[in-house]
Design a binder for this molecule. Sequence first.
Ligand code: RIB
Ligand code: CA
Length: 318
Amino acid sequence: MPTPIIFDTDPGVDDAQAIAIALAHPDIELLGLTTTFGNVTIDVATHNALLLAELAGQSIPVAQGAAEPLVKPKNPPPGHIHGDNGLGNIALPEITTQALKQSAAQFIVDQVNARPGEVVLVAVGPLGNLAAALQLDPGLVDKVKRVVVMGGSIREGGNVTPVAEANIFNDPHAAAKVLQASWPLTLVGLDATHRCVLDPQSMARIVDAQGPLGKVLGESYAFYRQFYRQALGIDGCCPHDSCALVWLLRPDLFTVERGYLSVVTEGLAEGQTVMAPERREFVDTRWSQGAPAEVCLNADGPAVIEWIVDTLTTPPAR
Ligand code: RIB
Ligand code: CA
């Protein structure tokens, strides 16, 4: 039976690659896309979510969500990484669909309550929508099947500050509410995603197989690749958001440790994620709030890339 998921996203070049996986994989039932600010403004995120589903020829509900962080001022979107339009500043086709009138948080609450124990929330942007959903219905912690978050970094260091990963840094107060809640949660952070590089040859195979969506994936990848080459000396890109879906369907490709998560919300280290291993004792219990999470600390990078390419080059079942 396919796993019903809600994909919470700030598309974003690597988000688009992950959305293509969510749209294509037979073991995923994509209930909807919920959008947030982050890589782009909320309006651009919602536009891109609608566009990507249309390009794949699928009718997927899109519910618009958080336009800014819970507390801190919004950081300007990283146009130098994802492009001002979130998809590499490439020319994009017009869209013909519209988002739901329902907010992202309400959509999440309604979908989870309609199918208690079945729905997986996969969040690959700042976590304001999941925090708002928890505010609307605190009982969600007992009704989701699991929450999978692409975000954070335990030992790898940060990508937007020396210690903070972008999704957490963009809304640390929302992240603290989500990562410290008592629901079953898996964190797929930079410790895993930095082990994976989607190389140009693999991307070319995906482009050839994905039709109109593949064209957008390929052209936006070209823009993103320039950032990776200049900033990190890598020829390719880390498919951060796709790794959240790879974990969901192939957890064996990841090394996880159970631990309690905390998020630094103020000061120099704002956005840092801290893990207190489940069986360790520390001087105080404040690092062990909520429920222990499954935290990815490593990944088999080549196998992750092979799975992504297989998924996006396998023709859909008739
Ligand atoms: O740090 C990587 C994460 O931040 C990814 O989700 C990417 O899309 C950006 O949102
Ligand atoms: Ca993202």
